[in-house]
Design a protein around this ligand. Structure first.
Ligand SMILES: CC(=O)CC(=O)SCCNC(=O)CCNC(=O)[C@H](O)C(C)(C)COP(=O)(O)OP(=O)(O)OC[C@H]1O[C@@H](n2cnc3c(N)ncnc32)[C@H](O)[C@@H]1OP(=O)(O)O
Length: 449
């Protein structure tokens, strides 16, 4: 199908100020957040038990395309990724673009940074826009824990490769004879490759270090469900979500979530440490879902008569030494945020909204405790005093991952879209985004309207 946006050949068709400006004089341009889209998130083996990453991200892209009338549009870039990906998915995001209503001339690439994937992908697209490489693009992510890739033991894999490469029947039979008796099935584990420990067990150690109480975690979890349910009820998600496979709301959401019920759940992480506090209720569930955010220059949005919810101001990624050093696996955002604040001449208190990814309730509380701790800020972060406390009424105001669920790579897009919409609804303001990730990394950002 040919559309007016489609180039007549493979050459460039975009015209912009940047195209006529030399690389030397090109300056950084503001990056507008036009809007976001996601499918409702589903619990593992729930509504999307039979959906693939490709199904979910393609549907998410198409939701964005139809919301902003981008049918046949050639965008500068689509970036995204999945934490759990089949080898057959190859360049998953490009395949999704090809399956979507966007122009097939839209380039795309995959990246992987655990739970930081979505925000890092948005940052990559924003960099391209800011530096004048292109005018508009999409960043996001997708994950399915239901359709997880399954491997086989290394012995089995080697023999299967030999069988596949055999040039004659005799060679093939020789290779088949070496097949191990057991398949040696390897199912992806929710664990850190270097320590063998689950992320929950890592988080439990940090929670103990900071003395985070069970009651506070349960309170944060209940509030997340209640705030998100209220946001759904007042229509906040109407232009952020496209229904998919019969689901119109997040399957994990429990509008009536109560602290009293959460208090009855038994601990599942950090049990060997004693006084364990982390349960299924104050930890994110295994989840399936996808999200995407449309970014552009202000001029591109204006030309297409599209809204601008907010602007992506800056992104900072940090890593910590959780293997041999003193740091908690999920505490890298505490290192990234002071750098982000300093670069932008801001203090921790200069924000109207704080979006701290609720991987576990304890991670949010540890992050806030670290900011309030003079020792932590001086000794770990090299600051001269504590960053201080925040106004908790500005934290995760429309609910976060404990309520929505956490399809790893899709969380960044959900948070950016939610924060941008909050700013728009507020008539302006500034939000700080913090996403912890496996591998001891963290991706943080400032958005402003
Ligand atoms: C990945 C990165 O890079 C960085 C990060 O984000 S790290 C975070 C990644 N996330 C994780 O590691 C968490 C992964 N989660 C899990 O492994 C599992 O969901 C889990 C071990 C936490 C729980 O698994 P589970 O036991 O199967 O949970 P589930 O059966 O749903 O719940 C257990 C009970 O709690 C109850 N429950 C759960 N949430 C509740 C709530 N909000 N209110 C009331 N009850 C609740 C359930 O109803 C269930 O009760 P019953 O046993 O009576 O049915």
């Amino acid at each position: 199908m040919s559309t007016s946006n489609e180039p007549t050949n493979n050459g460039p068709t975009e015209t912009s100020a940047a195209a006529t400006t030399s690389r030397k004089t090109r300056s950084v341009r503001p990056v507008a957040i036009v809007g976001g889209n996601r499918i409702p998130f589903a619990r593992q083996d729930g509504a999307y038990a039979r959906a693939s990453n490709q199904d979910m991200f393609t549907a998410t892209l198409d939701g964005l395309v139809s919301r902003f009338s981008l049918q046949g549009e050639r965008l500068g870039m689509v970036a995204g990724g999945a934490v759990l990906k089949h080898s057959r998915d190859f360049n998953l995001i490009r395949e999704c673009v090809l399956g979507s209503a966007l122009s097939p001339y839209t380039p795309a690439f995959d990246l992987q940074q655990a739970c930081g994937t979505g925000l890092q992908a948005i940052s990559a697209v924003a960099d391209g826009i800011a530096t004048g490489k292109f005018e508009a693009g999409i960043g996001g992510g997708v994950d399915t824990t239901s359709d997880a890739p399954i491997g086989v033991s290394e012995d089995m894999r080697q023999v299967m490769l030999q069988v596949n490469r055999a040039r004659s029947l005799a060679d093939r039979l020789k290779a088949i004879a070496k097949l191990p008796t057991s398949l040696g099935i390897e199912i992806p584990r929710n664990g850190e490759p270097r320590t063998g420990m689950s992320m929950g067990d890592h988080a439990a150690i940090t929670a103990k270090e900071f003395g985070i109480k069970r009651e506070d975690q349960d309170e944060l979890a209940a509030a997340s469900h209640q705030k998100m349910a209220a946001a759904y009820d007042r229509g906040f998600f109407d232009d952020l979500i496209t229904p998919f496979q019969g689901l119109t709301r997040d399957q994990n959401l429990r509008p009536g979530s109560k602290v009293e019920k959460l208090a009855t759940l038994k601990p599942v992480f950090g049990v060997s440490l004693g006084d364990a506090t982390m349960t299924a209720g104050n930890s994110t569930p295994l989840t399936d879902g996808a999200s995407a955010v449309l970014l552009s220059t202000d001029e591109w949005a204006a030309e297409k008569k599209l809204p601008v919810l907010a602007h992506l101001v800056d992104v900072e990624t940090a890593a910590v030494d959780y293997v041999n050093g003193p740091d908690g696996l999920l505490m890298a955002p505490t290192y990234a945020i002071p750098r982000l604040l300093e670069r932008n001449g801001l203090t921790l208190q200069d924000f109207d909204f704080y979006e701290i990814h609720e991987a576990f309730a304890s991670v949010v509380l540890c992050t806030l405790a670290a900011f309030e701790s003079e020792d932590y800020c001086k000794e770990r972060l090299g600051l001269d005093k504590a960053l201080g406390s925040i106004d908790r009424s500005k934290l995760n105001v429309n609910g976060s991952s404990l309520a929505a669920g956490h399809p790893f790579a899709a969380t960044g897009g959900r948070i950016v879209a939610q924060a941008a919409k909050q700013i728009k609804e507020n008539g302006g303001g500034r939000a700080l985004i913090s996403i912890c990730a496996a591998g001891g990394q963290g991706v943080t950002a400032i958005i402003e309207g």
